[in-house]
Write a protein that binds this ligand. Structure first.
Ligand code: AMP
Ligand code: GLY
Length: 431
């Protein structure tokens, strides 16, 4: 089997690694890939935004399966173009990808399908948006409707902050086209949870719940980032809760998309808020695997990528309803100094060869010089995943390896999964 993974981050390196683990004789290609994917297959230097170039590469390299990592090529219609030419692809068509690429669309879909989510209104002009903000309770949340690389959400303590955000998006071109439509919604309190499900547009296979740490600083403080680390499984996500998420969120979303003749095939990611009173709300949907959730999930789920090939081929017959993690996994992101505002690139990276067993290093923002030197090339540089029998053990393995990897200004959180570890300890103390 010849497989192309589209994308260039830590998620795509993890996908390539898991494909090799599950199907050792697969021949791998990545577009455009990174030094990590280059160790497992061939990197193709094509612009993944150029749909026609990717389709041409799939033809030329006789690719049997294309797996699309990021949202942008899906929103640009890459899966549509491949399907139109009869090429098996894992990932939704453009119309179904709107569940991520338009928050206004996602909100409307949730309203129709009665999926629990924060109450909201959508605006395309400033005056009505400001009037609505003027009457809104504090805190409140302003979101650019379109794709904004994870930066389009502004959680506002006060109305004047919300007014500034709305003005920046609707009147001053912040986020360009992505900010021409905005969603203003109630602020929700609770614990966040990421639940991903593989689907052929009809059936669903849930992955274990994961949790992402979006803030830069330890203790979940500081600016929002693309994600500083993630772990799985999450103990509060009991089988009962996952079943509820299936029934109340994932099944209605998939059914609503199928009903409007835009069936969703790929992985549907629900970002959820779980309140202390047990109320469940959707914060967002993504039409793809999470980054860095994938770097924790895939190592804990042997055999998982075989489902992707079957879904893409239209020959999927899942026997289980959920996949269960065989081990705990904690993924810590090593970021460049200055991330997320202004990452400094160029420094040389040294990764020791003899990291402890049960440790995986996935490349994201790295580049390799012709002489083999590895360098920092982007904000999120590496994701270091530790596996263990408990989340605590996995977290320690991940942190220990992060300590040993060296580059100037290396920035990372030593507390990924802190809440889970506290609960594990309390559980052990209770016996
Ligand atoms: P999103 O890209 O929509 O997931 O938003 C990014 C982050 O903003 C989420 O992971 C939450 O931490 C936060 N967020 C989004 N919507 C809300 C909300 N309604 N209430 C509180 N926090 C939110
Ligand atoms: N880790 C959050 C995301 O992938 O959107």
């Amino acid at each position: 089997m010849r497989v192309l993974v589209v994308g260039a981050g830590g998620r795509e390196h993890a996908l390539c690694w898991a494909l090799k683990r599950d199907t050792p004789d697969a021949t791998l290609f990545a577009a455009s890939g990174n030094p990590g994917t280059a160790q497992l297959g061939t990197n193709l230097t094509i612009q993944v935004g150029e749909v026609e170039d990717v389709v041409e590469a799939v033809r030329q390299h006789r690719i049997d399966l294309t797996i699309v990592g990021p949202e942008a090529p899906l929103a640009a219609g890459l899966a549509d173009a491949l399907r139109a030419q009869g090429h098996p692809v894992f990932g939704p068509n453009r119309a179904a990808a709107r569940i991520e690429s338009s928050k206004a669309f996602a909100k409307e879909l949730m309203r129709r399908a009665k999926i629990p989510t924060a109450s909201s209104r959508t605006f395309t002009t400033l005056e009505p948006a400001l009037a609505f903000i003027g009457r809104h309770a504090e805190p409140l949340v302003v979101k650019a409707s379109g794709l904004a690389a994870g930066k389009g959400v502004v959680v506002c303590a006060h109305r004047n902050e919300a007014a500034r955000a709305a003005r920046a998006m609707l009147a001053e071109g912040a986020f360009a086209d992505a900010g021409r439509e905005i969603v203003i919604e109630d602020f929700l309190k609770g614990e966040e949870l990421s639940v991903l499900a593989l689907t052929d547009g009809e059936r669903l296979l849930l992955l274990p719940a994961a949790r992402d740490h979006k803030r830069l600083g330890e203790g979940d403080t500081g600016p929002n980032t693309g994600g500083m680390g993630a772990y799985c499984p999450v103990a509060t996500a009991t089988p009962g809760l996952l079943e509820r998420i299936r029934r109340e969120v994932l099944e209605p979303a998939i059914a609503a998309l199928a009903e409007q003749r835009t069936p969703f095939q790929g992985v549907l990611y629900a970002g959820l808020m779980l309140a202390t009173d047990g109320t469940l709300s959707v914060l967002e949907f993504n039409c793809r695997f999470g980054d860095p959730e994938t770097q924790a999930l895939l190592p804990a789920l042997p055999g998982m990528t075989r489902h992707l090939a079957d879904i893409a081929a239209g020959s999927w017959t899942p026997v289980e309803r959920t996949l269960v993690a065989t081990r705990a996994a904690v993924a810590t992101v090593l970021a460049a100094p200055g991330y997320p505002a202004k990452p400094e690139v160029g420094a040389a990276i040294v990764i020791p060869r003899d990291l402890e067993a049960g440790t995986l290093v996935f490349h994201a923002g790295t580049a390799r010089d012709p002489d083999g030197t590895l360098r920092v090339q982007g904000g999120r540089v590496l994701t270091v995943t530790g596996l263990g029998d408990t989340v605590h053990e996995a977290a320690k393995r991940s942190s220990d390896a992060c300590e040993l990897i060296a580059f100037p200004g290396k920035t990372y959180r030593r507390d990924i999964a802190w809440r889970e570890i506290r609960e594990e300890r309390a559980g052990a103390a209770r016996g």
